[in-house]
Ligand binder design. Structure first.
Ligand code: FAD
Length: 428
């Protein structure tokens, strides 16, 4: 599914002129992947005076970054602080928690600093509870995160209905520091800022080989040799076999979205009137938002079809008007999808499998804010910050257990999870 199918393509400012690598190149740091992670790292490294080059297999922003829901959620998808402590250990726990909780503020500052036109708005994120059991868990966990500074607020049924226009949710948690961006515009804005700072960015330039030589690295790109002292891998859900074991360390899941053209006020008026972004607590979550131009975007989980396409849209067409009655009968003009990367502990992973080779991935569907943090941290590491001083622990690359059956069986698993969700919704 190409970028042109995405709503974002219709509303983003034009990107930079894309050029492919067509000769040998020497740089200090080579970055693989031009999404949020790679471009933030490139921007920071270029500003530090490093000769940095980014290599993107397709066009800049053609991975998840330019297709995402653009929800800026300042929270890792681990349920409780103790789950995070268990995943990263006591040394990194407090640091990583703070990085995650401040990640939305950092994103909005970045947008401001580089004057990126991406419809950035920090109007809050509302997570609606689909049943009473989910409410109890969410409220208990919110209290625990608030002790670390999360500022989550519990809201009741009336507020959820008023702030979303959705039916069927009895309560929710609002994170006032959350918000939204036009994700393709943000990615293109970072691309511009990184180039202006001196980074070289090549599209249609897949890195097909990588090996160490003379204390540095040699990359093979479009048949040419690129030499670099250090390499950053920023490929997340699109990770291939370039670095041994990395592809199999994450579970690539499909996320999909549909969007309308501008709707009349009877339909759009009741939906997210205060500008919140919305998601819910179902196993197969929905996430959605209203656009400044009056369009509505609705997303959820999809799957890969046996022929390599993306499926699951029929469910979104059915689910959206059930939850938002004013959407009954609307025409969904756009549909698109992309890949997110899951880690078993639901925490992003930082790896350094060999000296000078740094990889960061696994945002578990919450990468808009967190990938920018990982990009920043990998740039710091490339500039010489000690591993012990980073907010992410350096982890060995470990295969994701039962990865292939989960990838192949995603469609079936979704049907089962949907039944479980529906049973809970019915029980209330
Ligand atoms: C449909 C969808 C909706 C989402 N919604 C949200 C949301 O609302 N909020 C949120 O927080 N997160 C969301 N996410 C997740 C978020 O978009 C990602 O976590 C984030 O964009 C990852 O950024 P990245 O730069 O690491 O990876 P990507 O943007 O995926 O970029 C990786 C790039 O690496 C390139 N690449 C791979 N291999 C090579 C190679 N060998 N050589 C050169 N290039 C290579 C790929 O072509 C790709 O462009 C969503 C994701 C999807 C797909």
């Amino acid at each position: 599914m190409e970028q042109a199918d995405a709503f974002w393509n219709a509303t983003a400012p034009d990107g930079q002129i894309q050029q492919r690598l067509d000769g040998a190149l020497a740089c200090d740091v080579a970055i693989v992947g031009a999404g949020f992670t790679g471009l933030r790292a490139a921007l920071m490294l270029a500003e530090a005076g490093t000769k940095v080059a980014v290599f993107e297999a397709r066009n800049v922003a053609n991975g998840a970054s330019g297709r995402s829901g653009g929800q800026v959620n300042p929270m890792l998808p681990v349920a409780r602080p103790d789950d995070l402590r268990r995943a990263v250990g006591p040394k990194f726990f407090e640091r990583l928690a703070q990085v995650a909780l401040n990640s939305a503020d950092d994103l909005f500052d970045l947008v401001q600093r580089y004057q990126i036109k991406c419809e950035a708005r920090q109007k809050g994120w509302l997570r609606a509870n689909h049943c009473d059991a989910a409410r109890k868990v969410a409220e208990g966990n919110a209290k625990l995160w608030n002790k670390l500074g999360a500022e989550f607020e519990s809201v009741g049924k009336e507020d959820v209905t008023r702030l979303t226009g959705a039916v069927g949710y009895g309560s929710g948690i609002v994170s006032p520091r959350g918000g939204a961006v036009q994700p393709l515009a943000l990615t293109r804005g970072l691309d511009r800022a990184a180039r202006e700072a001196g980074a070289e960015i090549f599209s249609h330039s897949p890195v097909t080989g990588l090996h160490p030589r003379d204390g540095g690295w040699v990359l093979k790109v479009n048949g040419h040799e690129v030499t670099a002292q250090k390499v950053i891998i920023a490929t997340n859900g699109y990770t291939d076999n370039l670095v041994k074991g990395l592809k199999r360390s994450v579970l690539p899941l499909t996320s999909i979205q549909i969007a309308t053209d501008p709707l009349d006020n009877d339909r759009i008026g009741p939906l997210c009137p205060a500008g919140h972004t919305i998601s819910d607590t179902r196993r197969l979550i929905m996430y959605c938002r209203r656009e400044p131009g009056g369009q509505f975007i609705y997303g959820g989980m999809g799957y890969r079809t046996p022929t390599g396409g993306i499926g699951g849209f029929q469910w979104l067409y059915k689910d959206a008007p059930r939850i938002f009655p004013s959407l009954k009968g609307v025409k969904w003009t756009y549909k698109w999808g992309g890949f997110v990367a899951l880690t078993p502990d639901r925490v992003p992973h930082l790896h350094e499998p060999a000296p000078g080779l740094i990889a960061g991935l696994g945002y578990n569907g919450r990468g808009v804010a967190m990938s920018l943090q990982m990009g920043r941290v990998m740039a710091q590491r490339a500039l010489g910050t000690a591993l012990d001083d980073l907010p992410f622990p350096q982890a060995p690359i470990t295969p994701y257990r039962f990865r292939d059956p989960q990838v192949l069986g995603a469609g079936l698993a979704m049907s089962l999870l949907r039944l479980a969700d529906e049973r809970e919704v019915r029980r209330g």
